[in-house]
Ligand binder design. Structure first.
Ligand code: NAD
Length: 514
């Protein structure tokens, strides 16, 4: 069954069957997959099955790649101004449908509606940035590198590129990827998270409405198998990945071994260093918001606070504020903390908290048994704070990815920096202080790629790039910003000679500047 998505919505139940089956997007049409295996997309607050997502077959995947390959020559030759204008319209349509997108994110991912709007908005900003591609994609020109000879560079697209997404930002992360890739002139295969594919489909509908031609953006679904097909396919030139370390390191080596460009944003353990002179309200509010917002399921969540000097007073500030947060379904108007993504995630998080307790950490706030009226089946965990945590504990070594804040102690700023730098991750970090001297030393010495100074979640806006370091990133060209454009383009350098007559005779000598 083939349907044009400009006519009928991609979620409409086929054959009046419920729950709806999520479509593939191939060559401009939403298609029913012929897959034998389907995964339930589950609302984490209720356990209702929202939709079913197919494990795309190898044949369907091949058709998607061929559609992208076929669309490439014409799209590559479409003027950059025309490509930008589609993005300009696309951002307008995302704004128009912001609430619809946010509702889908909350239903499938669980985060609060206000936070889901933030998810869409931070992606929208990347689309806005892509509207300036003509400037971003500019090459360079040097006149007269030798007499009458000029050299210039051109940034050309790569061809078919692919993106593999995690569950935690179902709108923002697809928007980190395909708007930059396609505005550079590439065509794209998007593989949303199998846990919440809905926002990608809605975004693809909007991109088509904005005028993105058929085949420029294609969507396939599934898990390991389709990811491996992406890594191995000879017609795919670049792979963007965001997700866990396990998947990221596998994808990095497998895709790179077939000659692809790869960028992998992976896990994190983000520390906030709190100096004794830090402003109390700003710091405590910042820590609690960044630790428990989105139920801790942000790669830039603050998951560890390192207190220089006294910890007890800070603990009191944190507990008092964390207790005020309302844990409930993201659709409830007062919600501050929604559910975590799955029952398995909840069990894993609770086990890590328990292992912390058993290895000597002090549980100053325990949200594991939180009761949420009206949502007894939801995967809820209330804000949880473990103190006296040490680097050898399992809860510290692993990324918890839940609403859990670990508290540690350091005797001095340099000791705190040493703790941060010894951790294998280098995604984000923050210092809270009123001392410019301490902030400057921290900024200079910390071995982490994104630093906040009195800013708890320093996710750079799209005119910069998302610059995780060490265990949090594999590759050398980051997401969005200038680096994002570099990732999705390759440089062609042209050396040209135009002379009315040539006095140059035949020579076998290596040319040098004359
Ligand atoms: P995940 O790695 O489980 O899944 C990400 C994607 O990879 C999915 O599309 C999934 O289908 C696929 N996948 C999973 N395991 C695979 C495997 N073994 N082989 C091939 N493909 C596989 O990640 P998740 O649970 O969806 O997302 C949470 C993780 O993402 C956290 O670790 C978080 O820190 C990280 N994350 C990082 C950033 C960042 O920018 N650094 C941003 C968001 C999320």
């Amino acid at each position: 069954l083939v349907r044009s998505f400009s006519v009928e919505p991609a979620f409409e139940p086929s054959h009046m069957e419920l729950p709806p089956r999520v479509k593939l997007l191939i060559g401009g049409s939403f298609l029913d997959s012929k897959a034998e295996e389907w995964i339930d997309v589950i609302n984490p607050a209720t356990q209702d099955v929202v939709s079913k997502v197919p494990l795309t077959t190898a044949q369907e995947f091949e058709t998607a790649v061929q559609a992208a390959k076929q669309a490439y020559p014409k799209w590559r030759d479409t003027p950059v101004t025309a490509r930008q204008r589609i993005m300009l319209k696309f951002q307008e349509l995302i704004r128009r449908d912001m609430d619809k997108l946010a509702q889908n994110v909350t239903m499938e991912q669980g985060k609060t509606l206000a936070d889901a709007r933030g998810d869409v908005f931070r992606g929208l900003e990347v689309v806005e940035h892509a509207c300036n591609m003509s400037t971003l994609q500019m090459g360079e020109f040097v006149e007269n590198v030798s007499t009458g000879i000029d050299t210039y560079s051109i940034r050309q697209p790569l061809g078919v590129c692919a993106g593999i997404c995690p569950f935690n930002f179902p709108a923002m992360i697809p928007l980190w990827m395909f708007p930059i890739a396609v505005t550079c002139g590439n065509t794209f295969i998007l593989k949303p998270s199998e846990k919440d594919p809905g926002a990608s489909i809605l975004l693809a509908e909007l991109a088509a409405e904005a005028g993105l031609p058929p085949g420029v953006l294609n969507i396939v679904h599934g898990t390991h198998d389709v990811v491996n097909l992406i890594c191995d396919h000879p017609d795919i030139k670049a792979v963007s990945f965001v997700g866990s370390d396990v998947a990221g390191s596998h994808i990095y080596s497998r895709a790179a071994s077939t000659g692809k460009r790869v960028q992998c944003n992976m896990g994190a353990k983000n520390h906030a260093v709190v100096m004794p002179d830090a402003e109390a309200d700003l710091t405590a509010n910042g820590l609690v918001g960044a630790a428990f917002g989105a139920a801790g399921q942000r790669c830039m969540a603050i998951s560890t606070a390192v207190f220089v000097g006294d910890t007890r007073t800070w603990e009191e500030h944190l507990v008092e504020r964390a207790k005020r947060l309302k844990v409930t379904a993201g659709t409830e108007p007062q919600a501050d903390v929604g559910p975590v993504i799955s029952k398995q995630a909840k069990d894993r998080i609770c086990n890590l908290v328990q292992s912390g307790v058993e290895s000597g950490a002090r549980l100053v706030l325990d949200g594991r048994d939180v009761q949420v009226p009206g949502y007894s089946k939801g995967n809820f965990i209330g804000p949880t704070i473990l103190s006296d945590v040490t680097p050898d504990m399992e809860c510290y070594k692993q990324e918890i990815f839940g609403p859990v804040l670990l508290c540690m102690k350091a005797g001095s700023l340099s000791e705190a920096i040493e703790i941060v730098n010894k951790n294998r991750y280098g995604n984000g970090t923050a210092i809270f202080t009123t001392s410019g001297v301490a902030a400057r030393a921290f900024q200079h010495d910390v071995d982490v790629g994104q630093v906040g100074i009195n800013v708890p979640i320093p996710v750079p806006l799209p005119f910069f790039s998302f610059t995780g370091w060490r265990g949090s990133f594999a590759g050398d060209m980051n997401f969005y910003g200038k680096a994002g454009v570099q990732f999705f383009t390759q440089i062609k350098t042209v050396t040209a000679q135009w002379k009315s007559s040539s006095s140059q005779g035949l020579t076998t000598v290596m040319p040098t500047s004359q």
